[in-house]
Ligand binder design. Structure first.
Ligand code: UDP
Length: 413
């Protein structure tokens, strides 16, 4: 039987897989835990669904725990998210008490395992205080921030820093997001899984069937943004960009494809704003997809002519890399992680406004050769930089350095 890892050799080459097997040798008998706040929806869950089984296959005893909280808890953590991405938000004391109490309760439930685990990865602010409630922990604890924390709202960061400063290390997606913290900080950009349902090659017949079931006319150009309904993803800006482009390409259709992450209490309001902005335009398709609609998203990304990710803030847009892997250039917001994902004018375009996005969309729609050429470059850029095998290698290296000291050389055979 072919193992999961062997299946990646066809894509990345067997040396890459050999290297993973070598790197994991000093980690064979350790236990690892990942903790976040949702099993479905959003990039963190998307990554853990693959990273966890791959670590297990490499022989590391890896578990994934989800903390539980009530709607007030998630309202509070959503405010943290907004504040870390730069919004000025006042968070009432009572909400912070809910946040801390929820973490205290979760720490009680997870105490017996987390105190004994050798390496614990805590993802984002939601479970960050767990460490504070488990002072007898034996292992190394690492805070993994997936958020664009380039210019956080200071009072909120100051509060969160009380919890994150005691970690043994933290991970940010790029240097711009790193914070002043009294421990080692690692830079690890996220990745996509080329073999997941979201990214595997699909038969043209399946793509066609999926698209026609949704009621999209494949004979006319399609603009697409796949994203949770969140103001930072700027769905209304996408509608504006579509309208400006449609002046020159009257047959254009727009698809906004999103679901809602179970830890996001604001998506309903944003969805209402999107419907209002769409104003019953029959060429705007606003999809509310179930969390497991991976093949639908795959088919949409393969079908679309123009792919936008017009975020105003973005830690790292998995959707950008997913589209590029399908040979599509991406028109992305000139912000955060998108700046390392899209090489401006080569694998897509970085834009600051709906007008900018429309200008680039129009250019690509009228220059199909260029669109294809940029798409090919986009796929190869993802292959070299943003596949899960690179991500796994960096996690393994980090773990070796946490356990054995980063000054030592890691000898590979
Ligand atoms: N996604 C999904 N269904 C949706 C919207 C998004 O499965 O309705 C996926 C998307 O394909 C990507 C992830 O969720 O894999 C979103 O990650 P990203 O980093 O782009 O944004 P986040 O939601 O983490 O801010």
């Amino acid at each position: 039987m072919t193992t999961m890892l062997e299946q990646y050799s066809d894509i990345v080459g067997c040396e890459v897989i050999d290297q993973l097997h070598q790197l994991v040798k000093p980690l064979k008998n350790i236990s690892v835990a990942h903790v976040n706040s949702t099993r479905q929806g959003g990039g963190v869950a998307e990554i853990l669904h693959k990273l966890v089984p791959l670590k297990r296959e490499l022989g590391i005893d890896t578990e994934w725990y989800i903390i539980k909280g009530n709607p007030d808890f998630f309202k509070c953590t959503k405010s943290f998210h907004n504040a870390l991405q730069g919004n000025m938000v006042e968070i009432p004391r009572s909400m912070l008490e809910t946040y801390e109490k929820t973490n205290a309760e979760n720490s009680e439930k997870l105490k017996s395992v987390l105190e004994e685990t050798d390496i614990v990865f805590i993802h984002d602010p939601q479970p960050a205080p767990l460490l504070h409630f488990l002072p007898k922990r034996k292992g190394k604890w690492i805070w993994r921030c997936h958020i664009d924390a380039n210019r956080p709202f200071r009072p909120v960061w100051k509060y969160l820093r009380n919890f994150t400063k005691d970690y043994d290390a933290s991970i940010f997606s790029l240097a711009d997001f790193a914070q002043e913290l009294p421990h080692r900080q690692y830079l690890i950009p996220p990745s996509i899984d080329p073999l997941s349902e979201k990214n595997i090659d699909l038969e043209p017949r399946e793509v066609e069937a999926i698209i026609s079931e949704i009621g999209i006319d494949t004979g006319r150009p399609i603009m697409l943004q796949v994203s949770r309904y969140d103001t930072f993803k700027d769905p209304v800006g996408v509608i504006n960009a579509y309208r400006l482009t449609k002046k020159f390409v009257p047959t254009l259709q727009l698809i906004l494809a999103g679901g809602d992450a179970s830890d996001d209490p604001e998506s309903k309001t944003v969805l209402d704003e999107v419907h209002m902005a769409a104003n019953n335009d029959i060429d705007i398709h606003i999809l509310l997809l179930p969390a497991n609609a991976h093949r639908v998203i795959n088919a949409l990304q393969r079908t679309a002519d123009i792919i936008l990710q017009k975020s105003i803030r973005e830690g790292f847009g998995l959707t950008v890399t997913e589209a590029m892997w399908k040979g599509k250039p991406v028109i992305g917001g000139d912000t955060g992680g998108i700046r390392i994902q899209v090489v401006n004018h080569h694998t897509g375009f970085l834009v600051k406004s709906p007008e900018g996005a429309a200008l680039r969309a129009r250019y690509l729609l009228f220059h199909r050769d260029k669109l294809r050429e940029m798409g090919e470059k986009a796929r190869s850029f993802v292959k070299d930089n943003f596949l899960i095998t690179r991500h796994l290698r960096e996690y393994l290296t980090l773990m070796v350095s946490m356990l054995y000291g980063s000054g030592d050389r890691i000898e590979l055979e």
